[in-house]
Design a binder for this molecule. Structure first.
Ligand SMILES: CC1=C(/C=C/C(C)=C/C=C/C(C)=C/C=O)C(C)(C)CCC1
Ligand SMILES: [Fe+2]
Length: 325
């Protein structure tokens, strides 16, 4: 019952546009809504930022909560207790190494976390856009401008344009990150981001991928004008997590136009339930029920530990999808 090896969206040719996909529509609508709120009542958005960040983290966690099943869904191997135990042990070991690294060497660990996150977020956009449009899934070194543009917009813009607010949160992970980045580093990030946005945006427009160019513009504007915790909360749950979940549901039901969404969602929820609860319990223990920048920092420590095995899983999924594409 668990060994679906469904065909990924990579398999179909230029098929139904992604425009109507709920995961895409909801993400765009949420980003536009928070941009509108920022325009109408910036104080409200600023006050709501820690709550939005906590809500975003809580709602975004389940997108990685079936990571332990992904190797079986792509590999066709039956998830026997032994095989599942092996995958889980590898996953947890990676998370524990990351958590220990955070305690032992917080400054470089946060730097690596930010870099890995930028690549993960950017790659997710490059991969999902390509497969939604029926293009082959790009390899790790392909469509680099799109990866850089999206990844640096999400992770870099807060550091560049919102240095104090970002430092306030990241300082809870590593004291050295509690001071804003030095100006030369901020300028360097801004220049790379600007070049990547220019190349990725004009490339998309030249190829007639207007929606992708517009989405990039939306993400850049979101992280440029909305306080980082609010922007990140909305984007993480409403954009990144939703799109990844939609991709996994396609995988489970054997393609984007295959029937059985409800059944696939049920299976997803069944497999995600225990890991989600365990992660959220860890967030609650570390962060407490409050929604302050300190609580967000504590919740981020859990996210950091889980990010490394999550990224390993998604990288393997991308490689599998690229081979099939
Ligand atoms: C830079 C920066 C942030 C970065 C958060 C990151 C990088 C989260 C990564 C999560 C991942 C990779 C989840 C898995 O899918 C904050 C704290 C939001 C706001 C302050 C500045
Ligand atoms: Fe992710």
């Amino acid at each position: 019952m668990l060994q679906t090896t469904g065909q990924d969206r990579t398999r179909r040719g230029p098929g139904p546009a992604r425009q109507g996909r709920p995961s895409v529509v909801v993400g765009r609508a949420l980003v536009l809504a928070v941009l509108l709120a920022q325009l109408l009542d910036p104080d409200l958005v600023a006050r709501a930022a820690p709550v939005l960040a906590m809500a975003g983290i809580v709602l975004g966690v389940p997108h990685g909560a079936v990571d332990h099943m992904v190797p079986f869904w792509t590999g066709g191997q039956r998830p026997t207790a032994r095989a599942l135990g092996g995958v889980l042990a590898g996953y947890l070991a990676t998370a524990v190494v990351a958590a220990v690294a955070l305690v032992v060497a917080p400054t470089p660990t946060v730097a690596v976390f930010l870099l890995v996150s930028a690549v993960h977020f950017g790659r997710a956009e490059a991969v999902v856009s390509a497969s939604d449009a029926g293009r082959p899934v790009p390899g790790l070194l392909q469509d680099v401008p799109t990866t850089l543009a999206h990844g640096l917009a999400v992770v870099g813009l807060p550091l560049v344009l919102w240095p104090a607010g970002s430092a306030q949160v990241l300082g809870h992970l590593a004291p050295a990150w509690g001071s804003p980045l030095p100006v030369p580093a901020r300028v360097a990030i801004a220049l790379v981001l600007a070049a990547a946005v220019l190349v990725a945006g004009t490339g998309a427009l030249r190829d007639g991928r207007r929606a992708e160019a517009a989405e990039l513009a939306m993400v850049v504007v979101l992280f440029a004008v909305v306080p980082p915790l609010a922007a990140f909360g909305v984007w993480f749950a409403g954009w990144h997590a939703l799109r990844h979940t939609a991709r996994l549901l396609d995988l489970l039901r054997g393609g984007p136009s295959a029937p059985g969404t409800a059944r696939a969602a049920g299976r997803f929820a069944r497999h995600a339930a225990v890991p989600t609860l365990a992660s959220l319990a860890a967030v609650l223990v570390l962060a407490g029920p409050a929604s302050s920048p300190a609580a967000v920092g504590a919740a981020l420590a859990v996210v950091l530990a889980l990010t490394f095995p999550h990224v390993r899983t998604v990288t393997a999924l991308d490689r599998w999808a690229a081979r099939r594409g």
